[in-house]
Ligand binder design. Structure first.
Ligand SMILES: Nc1ncnc2c1ncn2[C@@H]1O[C@H](COP(=O)(O)OP(=O)(O)OP(=O)(O)O)[C@@H](O)[C@H]1O
Length: 681
């Protein structure tokens, strides 16, 4: 019997739908798509990162041609802490004060290592110009330390700096220099009258040292550095009277913009003030307010000043950067009210000029003047131009001469003796009522402001003399009128309209007014920009020492230092200031302007009359050499001045002696009146 297996329920035979046949090409495509997408993403990310990286790295690395100047101050100069410098100078004690400049005081200090230093404390609060000078000086010093190769023995060494800001955000900027035991040449020669400087050998060495120092800046530094403010107070003397050129606050690197030089220094780190330093700040302010009471050098100076017949006082110079022709000088005495100051005006040979910020600075050299005044010469002042009480250079000199002569008038009325009207007055003096009248008018006359009486008496006298001269009478002619005769014919005819005082002022580096010169007279024949606008952003220098072309919109060049060096040479040989009236007689008045006097002596063949009578062991040949070189340096045209290298050659005897400029040769023109000093090779 067969049993059939039970039939399985008839399940619907539904098979799952067949899996879609595997599409090989589709799967491959999406994988490719994914990988492409990922690739694009990576690529984009890479691009973004690359751009970001480039941006960041561009910020960090400035192209080499835009970097200027390469040396960073922090790397080159030591950054001292304010505390260290404060301790070194006994909290800037008055007894340690060495002197005062335009933007602050200089103090003597001793570092813990025993090194003697001089610390210039620049009070930067509110003075942008002070800050700029600070950075400029640091920058230039770094450059001199690094870029100019071996440091010159004739240029001051800057050891370091400190920039400190206290809680009240008052900025103190300090520069540390090597200490120069004999201070500035100005002090040593003109105030202290150091006996050592009466030795010709030492004077001549200083002359040579300064020339070498400037030569180093012009020829060993690349690009050359123009000091822009060569004057006796910027020449410092060490214990052996070796001279060094100092103060680079106004110096410039040829071809570099001032801002480029300074920029790197603006990022200098500033120390945060702590309580101790702030207390010191307060003390310091007191010290500065009290002034210098214990410095024996200051005492010497004031004694010297009392004995001097001419009091000196600094003035403020305003040079408009837009129109340099409006070069103005203002005589300021802070102790006098603006209306008073004219009465107390005196001579100045130390005027710092800077127009970049229209800030003006000056420092008083002595009290006195027309009637008392301050004690001690040190003060500093900075402020914006205050209008009203200013005048042109000519006005200033006229005022100054006026005040000088006024002082002398009670003794000798030398001006009125040549006055054609004075004799008439004297003739009528027998008449008593007229006498009273005369007395009254004389008191009125005496009470006039210098400007007024100068104009009335002196200028009237000049015009009378001129009238006389035109009529054929040459008697009583004044020397500055004769000066015109020595001007080359071409110039003379051009400038016939100039007043006589203009020629006098010309000798005072006062060619401020010779604005339109022909292009050949300018260095490299460059043509002045229209409107007389200076190609340099600011004009800087010291009146009497500043080269005429600098006030004339001329381009900055090494030759302006050469001019200033020429004035310094004359000051060193003669032992006097460039502008000085020492007594009332006419003969002394003629000597008031050192440059004009030197030129006049050269024409008369009496160069040696210029030599300081206090000098001993004089080498006449060297003295003649110095004065002749000075006259060459003082040439009106910068291109005709010798270079500092040539000057060093002439003075050291390595080059042939200079020839007296033709216009100064006593007729017939002769060669230089001494033997060749050329060293045998
Ligand atoms: N390194 C130094 N060693 C000794 N004395 C110094 C030193 N530096 C400056 N002095 C003294 O301090 C005085 C002031 O110097 P500073 O350079 O501040 O001003 P200045 O050159 O006289 O005037 P200005 O700032 O208007 O050019 C100098 O005249 C000098 O007597």
């Amino acid at each position: 019997m067969s049993t059939l297996p039970p039939t399985l329920p008839d399940f619907p035979r539904t098979l799952p739908p067949p899996a879609p046949p595997y599409n090989h090409s589709h799967g491959h495509g999406s994988a490719v798509l994914h990988s492409v997408l990922a690739g694009v993403l990576v690529f984009v990310l890479f691009i973004v990162l690359a751009i970001a990286y480039r941006k960041i790295s561009r910020k960090r690395t400035v192209p080499a041609d835009l970097k200027s100047p390469p040396p960073q101050p922090q790397k080159q100069l030591q950054q001292f802490s304010y505390k260290v410098l404060r301790r070194a100078t006994s909290a800037f004690a008055a007894s340690n004060r060495l002197g005062q400049g335009g933007f602050g005081s200089v103090y003597k200090g001793v570092l813990p290592s025993g090194t003697e230093i001089a610390v210039k404390l620049m009070n930067g609060s509110g003075s942008l110009q002070g800050e700029r000078e600070f950075h400029n000086e640091l920058s230039l010093s770094t450059r001199i330390n690094s870029a100019c190769g071996t440091h010159s023995r004739q240029v001051i060494s800057v050891l370091g700096f400190s920039s400190h800001q206290n809680r009240h955000r008052r900025k103190k900027m300090l520069i540390v220099y090597e200490y120069m035991q004999n201070g500035s040449l100005q002090d040593a020669l003109l105030y202290r009258k150091c006996p050592e400087l009466m030795d010709w050998k030492i004077r001549f060495k200083i002359i040579l040292d300064v020339a070498k120092g400037i030569d180093y800046l012009h020829f060993s530094c690349n690009p050359p550095i123009v000091h822009c403010d060569i004057k006796p107070s910027n020449v410092l003397l060490d214990c052996n009277f070796n001279a060094k050129v100092a103060d680079f606050g106004l110096a410039r690197v040829l071809g570099l913009d001032e801002n480029e030089i300074i920029e790197t220094f603006l990022e200098c780190g500033e120390e945060e003030g702590d309580l101790e330093t702030e207390i010191a700040d307060d003390n310091n302010t007191d010290v500065e307010k009290k002034g210098n009471t214990g410095d024996c050098r200051e005492e010497n100076r004031s004694v010297a000043e009392e004995t001097e017949s001419v009091m000196t006082r600094d003035v403020v110079v305003n040079v408009d950067p837009v129109s340099p022709e409006s070069c103005r000088v203002t005589v300021v005495d802070l102790e006098a009210s603006p209306s008073e100051y004219l009465e107390r005006t005196s001579v100045s040979d130390q005027i710092s000029v800077d127009s970049s910020n229209r800030r003006f600075l000056g420092k008083k050299k002595s009290g006195g003047g027309g009637g008392g005044g301050g004690s001690g010469r040190d003060w500093w002042w900075k402020q914006d131009n205050w209008g009203g009480e200013s005048g042109r250079v000519k006005d200033y000199v006229m005022e100054w001469i006026g005040s000088e002569i006024k002082k002398e008038r009670p003794k000798k009325d030398w001006l009125t003796t040549t006055d054609p009207f004075s004799s008439e007055q004297e003739a009528s003096s027998a008449n008593v009522p007229q006498k009273k009248q005369k007395k009254k008018s004389e008191t009125e006359k005496k009470n006039r402001k210098p400007r007024e009486w100068w104009k009335e008496e002196f200028c009237d006298e000049l015009s009378n003399k001129k009238k006389k001269k035109r009529r054929g009478s040459n008697t009583g002619e004044m020397w500055w009128q004769r000066d015109e005769e020595f001007v080359p014919q071409k110039r003379k005819s051009k400038s016939s309209s100039k007043s006589s005082i203009d020629w006098w002022l010309d000798g005072l580096s006062g060619e401020f007014r010779h604005r339109r010169r022909n292009s050949q007279e300018r260095p490299s024949g460059e043509i002045p920009k229209s409107g007389g606008i200076s190609s340099t952003p600011s004009m800087r220098g010291t009146v009497c020492y500043i080269a005429p072309e600098k006030c004339d919109g001329g381009q900055l060049s090494e030759k302006s230092d050469v001019y200033s060096y020429g004035v310094l040479l004359l000051v060193l040989v003669s032992g006097r200031r460039p502008l000085q009236v020492t007594a009332s007689p006419m003969s002394e008045f003629e000597r008031a302007n050192l440059i004009s006097w030197a030129r006049q002596l050269a024409r008369n063949g009496k160069l040696l009359d210029l030599v300081d009578p206090n000098i001993h062991s004089l080498d006449q040949e060297q003295a003649m050499l110095c004065i002749t070189t000075a006259l060459l340096c003082l040439h009106r045209s910068p291109v005709k001045r010798p270079t500092m290298r040539e000057i060093v050659g002439m003075l050291s005897g390595e080059a042939g002696p200079p020839h007296l400029p033709f216009e100064f040769s006593p007729s017939p023109p002769t060669n230089f009146p001494f033997k060749s000093r050329r060293k045998p090779r």
